[in-house]
Design a protein around this ligand. Sequence first.
Ligand code: ZN
Length: 244
Amino acid sequence: MNFAPELISLLRGISKLVALTGAGVSQESGLRTFRDAQTGLWAQYKPEELASPEAFRRDPKLVWDWYAWRREAVKGVRPNPGHYALAEMAKRVPEFILITQNVDGLHHMAGNQRLIELHGNIQRVRCAECYTFTETWGDDTKSVPQCSVCGGILRPDVVWFGESLPRDQLEAAVEAARTCEVFFSIGTSGVVQPAASLAFAAHSRGAVVVEINAEPTPLTPEANFALQGKSGEILPRLVEAVWG
Ligand SMILES: [Zn+2]
């Protein structure tokens, strides 16, 4: 793939870059989407019926077990070259901010320790009542483990249907989008709000928008550079072309 010389020279002199990633990046690691992953025992449930505060109130154990199963599925997945290319960019760009809609923790695994997680992280567990995070919990098979501080039940630290995004993460993402020079939208359909609006916010503030996605999206006509294909192929080549 040949990149536009304007893009290469722009990135060589960049001081602030923001990248937003979505499900497409995880799929390239072989992680199936929320919906496609419903197999076996879980095939009878729709994700919307499990990933909600109502479902958790109705049957906390069912929801807890589902997340335990999903955490196991993520264990078998590794970051792909796109994740590693983003970790490399973080080392090259003076101010690099990574925002993700993914909850799988693959960016952490690839070396991006500092990132904005708009939808939380499936690997983190917190109290449903007092918000205390916990690294360890008992393996009682009959009930949902309890918080050691207040006795409330534990839940995954992810954003469920009907819940609002963590305010601090969202504010940091909006601020980053509004003040960056270049905004990358990677592997995201550009339709899930409010993440989708970040690229437009960046664009309206004069940032150059680069989209990397397998298919065209609502953002494609607005993007300054639209690179169609796999992020795991495009990003490593781009990093090599700019900083190699
Ligand atoms: Zn608690």
